[in-house]
Design a protein around this ligand. Structure first.
Ligand SMILES: Cc1cc2nc3c(=O)[nH]c(=O)nc-3n(C[C@H](O)[C@H](O)[C@H](O)COP(=O)(O)OP(=O)(O)OC[C@H]3O[C@@H](n4cnc5c(N)ncnc54)[C@H](O)[C@@H]3O)c2cc1C
Length: 385
């Protein structure tokens, strides 16, 4: 066994830290969080730094890296700006879906623009009637006049308002009895048209991720807008969803690390009863526990990424990483906020945002209850849902 990080990891980690120190200070992050928007210039900058295409092959202008590097980038972005990481994950997972299932023309057309930040794609799976029960979705896609006509409503689509197109999971063909996963397709729907209405949601957490409601009312997509095989959309998504879970775990590793760093520093500076509060055992012990749990979730997340990067079966480990990391982040932000006390509630404190942002983890991109259902079934127990 070898726990040395691959040599490309540390320079990447350092580069992301330098980027935030030099170009994206806390005050600017706070502004975007308040405005609930990530400006396109920032996406272009991430593209120029090579971070939008980090895991895209060099043939398409990407960095040719693998998911272990994706995890490092995602963790480091999340230490400072978790909302940005939520949207970055969408860029990574839509790129993967196109790489794995796109035609040569689709890859050549979309991937080079995606890695530069010139073309942003949102991903719309969740609906009012299909959250955890995602296969309950009712959005329909019908062939019409050489193209596609989409009707339905999507909910919690991140990046939607700022995207150039939305990758919509919809029903294009009837499902055989008891086989709801069949007959679904992935259709790339242009954002800027009368048939697409986007309403931004005012969420408590991950405010800058631009999570929105999307109304598709006779929305049009061209004839070549289907990604992969018609009716196989759900199956095409499976490896992207594993990647999304591992990267989601990395977001919560980043939030936990940032909370710990802030709190250890504060505990050394803030005094009470003539001593730094960090000298009290009641302050040290919860921080020791956070540090221990952080190590556990980082190892699990790295393992999930390594398995997927090496073409191994990773679904169970990716699900465990997402489950563990999101729960640790909830406990860690709670413990750290108690130690920062009033100081952690002030809006200017990054702790206030980390505490809010951690709240997304237990139910997105998949709820932890559903993860446990899945893991229970993998133990050989009967399906519980
Ligand atoms: C900020 C944000 C960003 C998002 N971004 C995207 C995006 O870009 N694209 C996208 O498609 N979706 C996105 N989502 C949606 C997200 O994936 C869903 O919120 C998530 O799948 C849960 O769905 P729900 O919120 O409808 O909860 P529900 O499905 O209503 O679940 C409610 C509760 O019931 C529990 N539950 C339901 N069924 C079972 C069961 N069988 N067993 C045990 N417990 C059960 C759940 O675990 C949960 O606790 C986003 C959500 C948020 C909040």
């Amino acid at each position: 066994m070898n726990f040395d990080a691959p040599e490309e990891h540390e320079p990447l980690r350092d580069a992301v830290r330098r980027f935030f120190a030099d170009e994206l200070p806390e005050a600017r992050i706070r502004e975007m969080d308040r405005a609930r928007r990530i400006p396109r210039e920032l996406w272009h900058r991430l593209g120029a730094l090579g971070w939008l295409g980090l895991t895209v092959p060099e043939d398409y202008g990407g960095g040719g890296g693998d998911l272990t590097q994706g995890v490092v980038l995602c963790e480091e972005i999340s230490r400072r700006f978790p909302s940005l990481a939520v949207d970055w994950v969408l860029v990574a997972m839509t790129a993967r879906a196109f790489l794995e299932h796109g035609t040569a023309e689709q890859k050549a057309h979309y991937l080079p623009r995606l890695v530069q930040g010139d073309f942003l794609m949102a991903f719309a799976m969740t609906e009012p009637a299909g959250g955890t029960d995602v296969l309950g979705l009712t959005t329909r896609g019908e062939e019409d006049d050489g193209g596609w006509r989409l009707n339905g409503q999507k909910l919690y689509t991140s990046l939607a308002d700022d995207a150039d197109a939305i990758l919509v999971l919809c029903r294009t063909d009837p499902a055989p009895e008891g086989k709801r996963a069949r007959g679904l397709s992935l259709v790339l729907c242009p954002r800027d048209q009368a048939g697409v209405t986007v309403r931004r949601l005012e969420l408590m957490a991950m405010r800058a991720a631009c999570t929105s409601e999307v109304f598709l009312d006779d929305a049009r997509a061209p004839g070549d807008a289907v990604l992969g095989t018609r009716g196989r959309g759900w199956y095409h998504l499976l490896s992207s969803l594993d990647e999304e879970r591992t990267l989601a775990a990395a977001i919560y590793v980043g939030i936990t690390q940032a909370s710990l760093d802030l709190t250890v520093q504060y505990a050394g500076e803030r005094s009470a009863f003539g001593r730094p509060i960090g000298a009290f055992q009641a302050v040290q012990h919860p921080l020791a526990e956070v540090a221990t749990e952080l190590e556990q979730i980082r190892l699990l997340t790295d393992k999930a990424a390594w398995l997927q990067a090496n073409g191994r079966e990773c679904a169970g480990t990716a699900a465990m990483a997402k489950l563990a990391a999101s729960e640790v982040a909830i406990r860690a932000t709670d413990r750290c906020l108690r130690i920062l006390a009033g100081h952690g509630l002030v809006e200017e404190s990054p702790m206030e945002r980390l505490f809010r942002d951690a709240r997304l983890g237990p139910f997105s991109p998949i709820s932890n209850e559903m993860v446990k259902n899945f893991l229970g079934e993998r133990l050989g127990l009967p399906r519980s849902y």
